[in-house]
Every structure is written in C-alpha cells, then in structure tokens.
Design a protein around this ligand. Structure first.
Ligand SMILES: C[S@@+](CC[C@H](N)C(=O)[O-])C[C@H]1O[C@@H](n2cnc3c(N)ncnc32)[C@H](O)[C@@H]1O
Length: 317
C-alpha cells in the first residue's frame, strides 16, 4: 500500500512531501506492537479472497465479490474492534459500531465538490470517509490515523477492492504533517475534542491548507444553556481524553481567532443509538452509547454531563 501511495503521491502537488510521509509511516509501522503478527496474518488471509468492484450501497461501502463469508469474517474479526463503517463484502455485512453514512449524509451536500481535489482526512480511523472522499473524484484522498489497528483495517478493505480508488491511510498524526499549504479540502471529524490544545489543532489544520482551501470540522458541542464550554474533569460518556466541549458560538470564535473565513455552521445533531450501536464486530466489550448515557435521562451522560451532540462547521482559509 505504501508503495502505491508513493507512486500516486509523486504524481500530485504533494510530491514535495511524499518521501517524508513515507519515511514517517515506515517508522510508525516498525514499532514493537505484539498484535502486529496477528494483524498481518489476517491481511495475508484476506488477500487470498477474490477482489471486487467498489461502490456505495447506502449505508455500506460495498465490494461486489464472491467470498466464503465465514472464512473472511474470521479474518476480519482478527482486526476488531471495527468502530467505523459499515462495509459490505459480497453478502457479508460488516456492521461497525458507527453508522458513518449518517455523518456523511449530514455534511456531503455542504462540502465543495471534491472532484480533482487534494484531500486530507485527519483522524481517518479505518478510512470509511477517506474512501467516500476518493469516490467523489478526489485527485488523492489521504487519511492520517495514528492508531495502527485502524491502518490495518484500511489495508484489509483495500485488499478486497479490484482497482482501489485514490484513497490511502497512513499512520501519522496531524502534528507530524509537513507545514506546507497543499490540501484543498481538509476534514477534521471527531478529533478536536481529543486535543489538549484546540487552538494548536486549528492552527495545524490551517497550516496544511492551500489558499482558499476548505475546512470541514466536526466535533462534540454543548448547547448554549450549559455555558461557553465544558472541560470534563474525568471521563465524558466513558471516553478518556475528551478535553473540550465548546458551545457552537465558542467554536465559531475559536475558528475566527485561528483566522478562518466564511465560517458556517451547517449541522447540529444529537448522537443516537441508531448512529452508535453495539454490534458483534466491536469485540468483547460490547458497550456502546446506550451504556454511556444516564439510564433515567438520555439528555445526560453517565457522568451527568450533557449527552453527546455534534456540530459540523465549514469554513475557508
Ligand atoms: C473519534 S475518531 C473519529 C474518526 C472519524 N474521523 C470519524 O469522524 O468517525 C478520532 C480519531 O482521530 C485520531 N486522532 C486523534 N488525535 C489525532 C491527531 N493528532 N492526528 C491525527 N489523528 C488523530 C484517533 O486515533 C481516532 O481514530
């Protein structure tokens, strides 16, 4: 996959940074992680499956192939938990924890056409959205995702596609990206609230964007009635590392301070158990949103904070 990326990357405006991205990715894959042999074994088995044509069959990213569902499911389950998706391979439905299509539906009509664009998907997970971006005709859609398992999941799906689209996921953090203004469309979805320094994240996004480039920012927010922002003392909806929950007005002002223009709030949606659900593709810990909310009041998390609501902002550099 890295070789394919390098070849393709060198044919685009990203050519100046390809070698650096490849080197950093190789270093990230070379870490000492005891799970890697299991994950690589799964990919080797998956590569034996006949590949098929990729399409979007709502809500699934679908691969039209004839498979032995049981054998394939067994290999794919070596790569659990599958947070993002859903995918369908032949008749096999890989029901991930999240219905990614629901987020995509909320934002796709607000985003400038991705046809011919150089696209960055920050915190791409296993690349569900990165694939959709490439399927919209992007010249290249690069997902960056530091969690190695999700990189292997991306590779597993890619191994099943006949003539994969121009989508790649590399094991990188935004802060490792060369600060060159190269990307036309930059997505940061579900990432800002994991950042200790939200201003730094916004600045780093700005730094990789081409002039007039578009940022699509999706993150957890709170209603105004709860104040300007909440900084959870401990966990939020059982998640560790949630650092900031701003109101939409506060987030708007953060974007303004970072220097973004034409800031538009295009969606606010409460997260429901239809969008985040426990499935048998998430492994032994089968808890999902229902278990993270107050059993007596689904407007509150189990910790007594406002229940998850997400906003999508779109703005320009
Ligand atoms: C909640 S998930 C969101 C995944 C996907 N973008 C979505 O919207 O469903 C956040 C992802 O961002 C990744 N992440 C966290 N900090 C990051 C950083 N500094 N750079 C790149 N990715 C990051 C995490 O590993 C995680 O997979």
């Amino acid at each position: 996959m890295i070789n394919d990326f390098k070849k393709h990357c060198n044919m685009t405006r990203l050519s100046a940074i390809c070698n650096q991205l490849v080197e950093l990715s190789k270093q990230a894959f070379a870490v000492n992680n005891g799970n890697i042999p299991k994950w690589e074994g799964a990919i080797t088995n998956i590569q034996k499956t006949q590949s098929g044509v990729l399409s979007f069959k709502h809500p699934y990213i679908a691969i039209d192939t004839h498979t032995n569902d049981q054998a394939l499911a067994q290999s794919l389950k070596q790569l659990m938990p599958w947070r993002k998706g859903p995918y369908q391979i032949g008749e096999l439905k890989l029901e991930s924890e999240w219905r990614g299509d629901m987020k995509w539906d909320r934002l796709k009509d607000h985003v400038k056409p991705l046809q011919g664009k150089i696209v960055l998907d920050v915190g791409s997970g296993n690349g569900y959205f990165t694939y959709l971006m490439a399927m919209q005709g992007a010249e290249i859609a690069l997902g960056i995702e530091p969690f190695l398992l999700f990189n292997y999941q991306f590779q597993a799906i890619r191994a099943l596609i006949n003539q994969p689209p121009k989508a790649y996921v590399l094991p990188l953090k935004l802060e490792q990206m060369p600060e060159q203004p190269l990307f036309d469309s930059v997505f940061s979805m579900g990432v800002l609230y994991h950042q200790k320094d939200h201003n730094l994240h916004l600045q780093q996004l700005m730094n990789v964007m081409a002039d007039e480039g578009e940022l699509i920012l999706e993150t957890l927010i709170i209603d105004k009635q709860h104040g300007d922002q909440i900084i959870p003392e401990d966990r939020y909806a059982r998640m560790r590392n949630v650092w900031c929950l701003p109101s939409t007005d506060t987030l708007h002002s953060w974007l303004q301070t970072a220097g973004f223009k034409n800031i538009k709030l295009v969606d606010v949606t409460k997260t429901t158990p239809a969008e985040q659900r426990a499935t048998h593709w998430i492994g032994d810990n089968t808890q999902s949103i229902k278990d993270f909310l107050d059993p007596n009041d689904d407007n509150l998390t189990i910790e007594g904070l406002p229940a998850p609501k997400r906003a999508v902002f779109i703005c320009q550099k």
